[in-house]
Design a protein around this ligand. Structure first.
Ligand code: NAD
Length: 435
């Protein structure tokens, strides 16, 4: 099928390359010429495991084309919208990019074609855009097919997700959209991937409520970490024990620095803003606590660092291992790790920061930090070590070697990812999260 993908960021670039892998003919558009040049040259503009391989394969097959010229999408049967919906200063979602993309697309849209929203938008947006599209191009239909991919697993999640959700209007147009999407995703559907057909607002809400639930689960376990710390309990053992209950489940119950990235923080704020607009703000009042608990984790680690440095941060050498908001990603948007590194720098510490993939993205936001090439460089002469992203490389660090490099063997394990016994045996004062 001829497909267009509008927006080539973390979501769109992976979606476009994955669609080509599935055998579709793809035109991928972005307003950023540098990103398009890199993608057209077969270079992934960000770190995502598996993306370089499927991108190279797609370009070699001739099934994908990258462009800044929207006119090239003409003739595609399905047009995926994958532009950003960042947080605006009020906390609400900024829909400027979505609106601009739809306005730029409609002149090239024809009857019988489908505009398929993938971006995360406030409930009500799809209905508004659907009306705009059908007015501009009678016979064209806008539907919503929210995306649930996880950075770090984005290719796999795009090609074979846990489920598909199609938000479509009633009637023939809705059925035609379902048929078109079924054709796009035929491969995964043939293996039994569940596919739920719902109305437009339900599809928008499925995505945002899934993120609200995940954020709540993380803040729940971080609240337990706060209690465990003062009560002398171990939150990891607690999570293991409650996680055995199938109704609870062990996933997303890792206490640590909380969530970050380009989705959960902005999505829970946008959800609250939208609920307020709809006059049901109280229904989501708990999300303010979820957000506050999450942000408290960062403050807690900064305070702990100050305490372990004897109250004086100025002039101290702090090793920060991890800058990305999570492992297997170079994404530092709203990253707790980078936030903590920057705050320690502000307090006067010399911060030697290392991340296997996120140094380039982190340097763009906080050029004042001292970025180093290896974990050993960061550890060298450190008065305090902070492990802030749970990369496998850090889990596997040899504690004895680390002890030989630092000035003072003190470690904060912000992700509870180190072998506490091994680090303690190597002579480190070890402080985890909620244990
Ligand atoms: P991003 O900022 O990485 O990418 C957005 C891209 O859209 C950028 O490359 C930008 O240049 C481009 N763009 C902006 N306006 C455009 C226009 N008018 N025409 C063409 N391109 C345009 O953002 P992202 O992380 O890919 O997120 C995109 C959307 O997907 C958001 O709504 C996000 O919430 C949602 N989402 C993201 C993820 C994720 O893990 N990143 C997962 C699920 C859903």
């Amino acid at each position: 099928m001829r497909i267009s993908v509008i927006g080539c960021g973390y979501l769109g670039a992976v979606h476009a390359a994955s669609m080509a892998k599935l055998g579709h003919e793809v035109v991928a558009v972005d307003v950023d010429p540098t990103k398009i040049e890199r993608l057209a040259a077969g270079e992934a503009p960000f770190f995502e495991p598996g993306l370089p391989e499927i991108l190279t394969e797609a370009l070699a097959s001739g099934r994908i084309r990258f462009t800044t010229d929207m006119a090239e999408v003409a003739g595609a049967r399905v047009h995926f919208l994958a532009v950003g919906t960042p947080q605006s200063p009020t906390g609400a979602a900024d829909l400027t990019y979505v609106d601009a993309a739809v306005a730029a697309l409609t002149p090239y849209l024809s009857a019988g074609e489908f505009v398929v929203g993938k971006s995360t938008v406030p409930v009500g947006t799809a209905a508004r855009l659907a009306a705009e599209v059908s007015e501009a191009v009678p016979g064209a239909t806008l539907v919503w097919n929210p995306e649930f991919l996880r950075e770090g697993f984005a290719v796999q999640d795009t090609i074979s997700p846990d489920r598909f959700v199609y938000g479509v209007p009633d009637g023939d147009a809705g059925q035609a959209a379902v048929d078109a999407l079924d054709e796009v995703y035929a491969e995964a559907l043939s293996t039994g991937t569940p596919r739920l057909v719902v109305n437009l607002p339900t599809a928008e809400l499925v995505k945002i409520s899934a993120n609200a639930f995940l954020a709540t689960k993380i803040s729940f376990i971080n609240s337990m970490a706060e209690i465990a710390e003062v009560a002398g309990a171990d939150v990891t053992a607690l999570a293991d024990a409650i996680g055995h209950d199938a109704r609870i489940g062990r996933k997303f119950l890792n206490a640590g620095l909380g969530f970050g990235g380009g989705c959960l923080p902005k999505d829970i704020r946008a959800f609250q803003a939208r609920a307020n607009e709809l006059g049901v703000g109280e229904s989501l009042a708990f999300l303010a606590d979820v957000d506050a608990t999450n942000l408290r984790r960062r403050a807690h680690v900064v305070e702990l660092a100050q305490e372990l440095l004897g109250g004086v941060v100025t002039g101290k050498h702090v090793a920060v291992l991890g800058l990305a908001f999570k492992p297997n990603s170079d994404d530092v948007r709203d990253s707790p790790a980078l936030d903590i590194a920057a705050r320690l720098h502000e307090l006067g510490a010399t911060v030697s920061a290392y991340d296997p993939e996120a140094v380039v993205t982190a340097r763009r936001v906080h050029p004042e930090l001292d970025f180093v090439e290896t974990a050993a460089d960061a550890l060298s002469g450190a008065d305090l070590v902070l492990v802030l992203t749970e990369w496998t490389e850090f889990r596997e660090l040899d504690a004895t070697t680390a002890a030989s490099l630092v000035s003072s063997p003190v470690v904060i394990d912000g992700r509870n990812c180190l072998d506490r016994d091994a680090w303690t045996a190597a002579g480190f004062t070890y402080r985890g999260m909620g244990r």
